[in-house]
Ligand binder design. Structure first.
Ligand SMILES: C[S@@+](CC[C@H](N)C(=O)[O-])C[C@H]1O[C@@H](n2cnc3c(N)ncnc32)[C@H](O)[C@@H]1O
Length: 233
């Protein structure tokens, strides 16, 4: 029933990059209440209309988009740490969406809004070109089996799409604990002429990125953490 409240894909649309498979979500009562009480104020419904950031946030601060925030703890911490930036978190997983919605609503966080929808569709339909200061893509699903490589989010069409949405000098910051995927990210971004990689390979970690819950699982398995940072020329 909850899944019907915030749909993830227009009924007649075929996804270009299918980066996720929806898991069913059993929600705690605080999450159901968050969906009921906070959706109108803090969630953005998918539509074919471009977002008017000034109207949404009541200011002209830079916009950061996080794709696939999972349970949303890192998103929440960054929004609190950088009150002079506006954050839009996009996630299809209802459990995480409802959890972060609860945190945003109960703490009255003004600079964070959430969308429960396929991020590729959101970028194509709702995000004006040259309007985003940064994309955060922390631990995207690694899809390690060869037959699933096509589901990886960071592929040329999506990298190109990200480049069109960034302002000049805007950045894409991806982190993964799956090194082969990290290497693929470097290759993909290298093929997009609008991007430059100031590190010529994996980036140094930034001091402000919180450890995410997926990262903790990777670290427990002794996976290396690969950081990829590219900038729009
Ligand atoms: C491996 S989890 C990482 C979650 C979190 N960033 C972390 O580090 O703990 C990847 C998340 O991306 C979400 N996701 C994958 N493709 C997506 C898409 N196209 N649009 C929105 N969310 C997506 C999945 O639902 C999943 O929650």
């Amino acid at each position: 029933m909850e899944r019907e409240r915030v749909e993830t894909l227009p009924a007649d649309k075929k996804r270009s990059v299918k980066s996720f498979v929806l898991r069913s979500s059993r929600l705690a009562s605080f999450q159901i209440e968050a969906l009921e009480h906070y959706s109108d104020q803090y969630a953005i419904r998918f539509s074919g209309q471009k977002i008017d950031y000034g109207q949404l946030f009541n200011n002209n601060n830079p916009i950061i988009i996080e794709i696939g925030f999972g349970m949303g703890q890192a998103t929440f911490e960054l929004a609190k740490r950088f009150p002079d930036k506006n954050f839009i978190g996009i996630e299809v997983f209802l459990n995480g969406f409802a959890k972060l919605l609860h945190q945003v609503g109960s703490n009255d966080i003004q600079n964070l809004r959430l969308i429960r929808f396929d991020a590729v569709e959101v970028l194509e339909s709702m995000i004006p070109d040259a309007s985003i200061e940064g994309f955060h893509i922390f631990f995207p699903d690694p899809w390690p089996k060869k037959k699933h490589f096509k589901r990886r989010l960071i592929q040329e069409p999506v990298a190109k799409l990200l480049s069109t949405k960034l302002v000049k000098n805007g950045y894409v910051y991806c982190v993964t604990d799956w090194e082969p995927y990290g290497l693929q990210m470097l290759e993909v971004f290298d093929k997009i002429p609008e991007f430059t990689n100031p590190y010529n390979g994996f980036a140094d970690p930034v001091e402000w990125r919180p450890t995410t819950s997926f990262e903790r699982k990777g670290l427990a398995k002794q996976h290396p953490i690969c950081e990829v940072w590219v900038q729009r020329i």
